[in-house]
Design a protein around this ligand. Structure first.
Ligand code: RB5
Length: 145
């Protein structure tokens, strides 16, 4: 699996721990920036990661901003993206099991790096349940036509 990761200045605090976790798990990734704490516009990075996932070059994406909210709003504008913003374990598992979320959005001003890693782990290791959820995702995809 290959993951595209992007952040703004509000989310960059979570990035080192997440990259360390991905390294430890042997999961390959590409860091699409930003790389410093200088103020940047989160939609720029949301688009980079969402386009990278929608193109098929990457299977999943991770987006980090202050709350995760702006990144999720922006990423969900890209066709084929199912971006989930969350801060609890139940939702991290459910967004894979029920929503097959292909982008995870987390907030650097909401979560500790340790909690963020836990949520990434749950999201990556929980399988999509398929069945009735396929129909529901199909209804969402119809809205993109
Ligand atoms: C940047 O100050 C902040 O607005 C951004 O990181 C994010 O929280 C937006 O949703």
């Amino acid at each position: 699996m290959k993951i595209a990761i992007g952040c703004d200045h509000g989310g960059i605090v979570l990035k080192p721990a997440i990259l360390e976790f991905l390294d430890k798990k042997g999961i390959s990734y590409e860091d699409l920036g930003t790389y410093t704490t200088d103020s940047v516009d989160y939609p720029v990075y949301a688009k980079k990661v969402a386009d990278a996932v929608a193109s098929g070059a990457f299977e999943k994406g991770i987006l980090l901003c202050g709350t995760g909210i702006g990144m999720s709003i922006a990423a969900n504008k890209v066709k084929g993206i199912r971006a989930a913003v969350l801060s609890d374990e139940f939702s991290a598992a459910a967004c894979s099991a029920h929503n097959d979320a292909n982008v995870l959005c987390l907030g650097g001003r909401v979560l500790s790096p340790e909690k963020a890693v836990k949520l990434v782990d749950l999201w990556l290791t929980t399988p999509f349940e398929g069945s009735r959820h396929v129909r529901r995702l199909g209804l969402i995809a119809d809205m993109e036509k």
